[in-house]
Design a protein around this ligand. Structure first.
Ligand code: ATP
Length: 420
């Protein structure tokens, strides 16, 4: 059986500095005072064998295994534990390290980044490390590793846990781990197979669709060929018709050219005749121009006269309106004159009446002055009478008061007499 021959600890728990432990054949004992780090050595061993529970390492999280510092030393940022395993005389290491003389397993953790495993310097999975130690009848959870207070737990262990101890003793714990891994692989393969079957079904239905599309494409191709043949025939017919039309057009073109030549000759003759006619036309044209000028003059004269006639008619109409207005004014003036004459007569009569009145006025004024004098005398007399009346009234008031006092006195006497 291969054996652990060396343990190297650096930055792990209380081991701030690198420490190397040689494990010689036979029994090795580690002694020391409480808290000096004995259990930390066993934990370093279990940790390097693949322990992944921080609680099992007496911590809250896996980073707690890194040296946390003391009053005199700063903390470290990583921890590393290296195990060296060597085969016994005449044996080999488990596969795939059978050819190696010694196997070096290293686990390293960096603060905040998790841990990694290396075997002979090459990176490997945690599961491979766990399987390797299971094959060696050891491991982080092996019953061969008994932590403090775990002996009583082993005594009270469940049948399943006891079976694990027996399997380790028999050296088949690795087979169990392998079987578990094989089962996981089998389940993954079954899931892959299922997925592959689903994919095959989907591809089959896709292939069916593609077959239909291929049939449609073949049909489309044969119909396209038919259409192309029909189009070719149609084009041949069109070409024959076009050739026929071209021949007809050529003869028509010849006829048109002959007609054009004839028309050109006729046009030439017509041009000569036109030149002659132009020459003969100059005298009548001048006469026509003179006649046109005279006509224009007459037309303008006629327009001017018509305008004058219209203006005269407007003026005559305005004069008639004015005449009617003047007549009405005249009739009005005649009536006004009559009214003025009768008013004059009336005024003359009033004037003579006023003159007569004016001559009578001095006597009237004299009479009025006398009347005024009489009135003033009457007023003075009235005032005197008024004053006398006021005096009489005062006297009467005094007499009334006296009489009232007399009455009151009489009444008092009468009531006094009645009381007696
Ligand atoms: P006992 O004989 O009582 O079981 P021990 O020798 O087994 O003690 P350990 O339990 O291995 O001692 O070590 C405990 C010591 O390790 C404590 O002093 C503790 O402070 C220290 N320690 C644990 N984790 C760390 C850490 N991450 N960084 C620094 N020191 C640590």
């Amino acid at each position: 059986m291969p054996a652990l021959t060396r343990l190297r600890i650096a930055g792990f728990k209380s081991f701030a500095d690198p420490v190397s432990l040689e494990l010689l054949p036979g029994l090795t004992g580690i002694v020391g005072p409480n808290g000096c780090g004995k259990s930390n050595i066993v934990e370093a061993l279990r940790w390097a064998m693949g322990e992944n529970s921080a609680r099992a390492m007496r911590g809250g999280e896996m980073d707690d295994v890194i040296f946390a510092g003391t009053t005199g030393r700063a903390s470290r940022n990583f921890a590393e534990v290296t195990l060296t395993i060597e085969p016994a005389e005449g044996e080999t290491l488990p596969d795939p390290y059978a050819a190696e003389a010694a196997l070096e397993i290293r686990r390293r953790i960096e603060r905040g980044s998790g841990s990694s495993y290396r075997a002979q310097g090459a990176e490997i999975r945690a599961r491979d490390v766990q399987t390797l130690f299971a094959d060696l009848g050891s491991g982080a959870r092996s019953s061969g590793m008994v932590s403090q207070g775990r002996v009583s737990a082993l005594v009270n262990a469940k049948p399943e846990e006891r079976r694990q101890v027996l399997e380790e003793a028999a050296g088949i714990a690795g087979l169990h781990a392998r079987r578990h891994e094989a089962e996981l692989k089998l389940r993954a393969a079954e899931a892959n197979l299922e997925r592959a079957q689903e994919l095959a079904t989907r591809l089959e239905s896709d292939a069916e669709g593609l077959r239909k599309q291929a049939k449609q494409a073949a049909r489309y191709r044969s119909i396209s060929d038919l259409i192309r043949a029909a189009e070719t025939e149609h084009l041949a017919v069109l070409r024959a018709r076009a050739a026929e039309a071209a021949a007809q057009n050529a003869s028509l073109l010849d006829a048109a050219r002959a007609a054009e030549q004839q028309a050109a000759a006729e046009a030439e003759a017509a041009e000569a005749a036109l030149a002659e006619a132009e020459a003969a036309l100059s005298a009548p044209r001048e006469a026509e121009a003179a006649a046109r000028t005279a006509l224009e003059r007459r037309r303008m004269e006629a327009e001017r006269l018509a305008a004058e006639i219209a203006r005269a008619a407007q003026e005559a109409e305005a004069a008639a309106t004015r005449l009617a207005a003047l007549r009405a004014d005249l009739a009005h003036a005649a009536r006004a004159r009559q009214d003025a004459e009768s008013a004059c007569a009336r005024l003359a009569a009033e004037q003579s009446a006023l003159a007569a009145r004016q001559s009578a006025l001095p006597a009237e004024i004299e009479a009025a002055a006398a009347a005024r004098r009489d009135a003033e005398a009457t007023l003075a007399a009235a005032e005197q009478a008024s004053e006398a009346a006021a005096a009489r009234a005062a006297e009467a008031e005094a007499a009334r008061r006296e009489a009232a006092a007399f009455v009151r006195e009489a009444e008092a006497r009468e009531s006094a007499a009645a009381r007696q």
